[in-house]
Design a protein around this ligand. Structure first.
Ligand code: CP3
Length: 345
């Protein structure tokens, strides 16, 4: 099957030779071409120049023959365009110069100006589509409102984002207004990427697993549901990635997303019982790729076997449960791809 047909079949529920494969964070520091690109250009420069963005996005496709490319960008483009001043310091992750801590901080944010500033993202999608042609699937993406809120409040990465979680408890009205604003900008960003040629979009909620099911349902799910509805009414397809979301599965199953991207802690067959008609994507532990070939082959075969046993491999996308780690060797990805290509149930 052609890569793009295999990818689209996951959404239509058609039979496939094997589930389509792409990897979260498939472009990045584990690749030599990316490191060389970054030696010459700053991170934001790569994101904002369509030719450089396409160069970064294409490297893993050329090396590993994956079914889908994802536009090279970042979830923090939205807070940056809203004026929070996102910087990537080497080694320490993102730093936001102007975090959101009170109503005044929120009122300074200008959604209208942000939309105009984000035109480089659909421009990169358009450039990438022209480069990969029609045979390969193409994904756009954005950060989910809670994860963007978490970075916006904290001002940097964190293990537990306690400042953001505290704000959700103490000032849920302010938190709700901030997430609604992020959702507004996100909807436009996702629709622009679909319009520019993306076959589907993925919404990354990396930090939703920090919340209780109650708080997720009450404070976060309504914003995600609004984004799903907007994408679908424009005829688009949306995958929702939640890290550490096993305890949120009943809530996630209620959302109108076309598919859920799950991490390694979710039981695949349980998830399939809960979501019989949805795309399920995942969920190999990226740490497995730091180990030897035998471990990679065994783990990949286990995921593929679960997909086959629970739905005949229909409505599945093979992926990791989180992004490729920077220490990953290319040989490990090659082993994964080879296991997938030669797999038969
Ligand atoms: O192939 C791809 O997936 C590349 C496109 C992409 C990037 N970031 C590029 C990037 C995507 C889909 C993302 C998503 C993203 N960004 C998420 C959600 C997925 C996840 O991993 O949880 C999050 C939380 C971010 C925020 C972010 N961006 C952080 C925390 C960091 C620094 C640490 C890290 O993970 O690398 C970034 C920087 C970033 N975004 C890099 C890349 C390739 C590394 C920049 C560099 O040093 O060259």
């Amino acid at each position: 099957m052609r890569s793009r047909d295999r990818f689209l079949a996951a959404f239509s529920g058609a039979d496939v030779d094997r589930p389509p494969l792409w990897l979260m964070r498939q472009a990045g520091r584990y690749l030599p071409g990316y490191r060389a690109l970054r030696a010459r250009h700053a991170f934001w420069e790569v994101c904002k120049d369509p030719a450089l963005s396409t160069e970064a996005a294409l490297e893993p496709i050329r090396l590993f023959d994956l079914d889908a490319a994802i536009v090279f960008s970042d979830i923090l483009v939205v807070p940056d365009a809203l004026g929070l001043g996102v910087q990537f310091t080497t080694g320490e992750g993102p730093v936001l110069q102007y975090p959101v801590r009170c109503t005044d901080d929120l009122e300074r944010l200008d959604a209208r100006a942000a939309r105009a500033k984000l035109s480089f993202v659909p421009a990169a999608v358009r450039h990438l589509r022209a480069a990969i042609g029609e045979d390969r699937a193409l994904l756009g993406f954005a950060g989910a409102p809670w994860t963007l809120f978490a970075y916006a409040v904290e001002g940097q990465s964190s293990d537990d984002f306690r400042r953001a979680r505290l704000m959700l408890q103490r000032d849920s009205v302010l938190a709700g207004r901030a997430m609604a604003l992020f959702a507004d900008v996100t909807i436009e960003l996702l629709l622009a990427q679909l319009e520019a040629g993306a076959d589907a979009v993925q919404l990354f909620d990396t930090w939703a697993g920090l919340l209780s099911a109650h708080d997720y349902a009450r404070f976060v799910a309504p914003h995600v549901a609004r984004i799903c509805a907007a994408v679908q009414s424009a005829g688009g397809r949306l995958l929702l990635f939640v890290r550490g979301g096993a305890h949120l599965m009943p809530e996630l199953a209620r959302l109108p997303a076309d598919g859920l991207s799950l991490d390694w802690r979710v039981d695949w067959r349980e998830a399939r019982r809960l979501c019989p008609d949805r795309v399920l994507q995942g969920h190999l532990d990226p740490v497995v790729l730091l180990g030897d070939d035998a471990g990679i082959i065994a783990a990949a075969q286990r995921v593929l076997a679960d997909m086959t046993a629970s739905s005949g491999a229909r409505r599945c996308i093979f992926n990791l449960g989180h992004g490729v780690l920077p220490e990953t060797e290319m040989r490990a990805v090659e082993t994964l791809v080879k296991t997938w290509k030669t797999w038969s149930s």
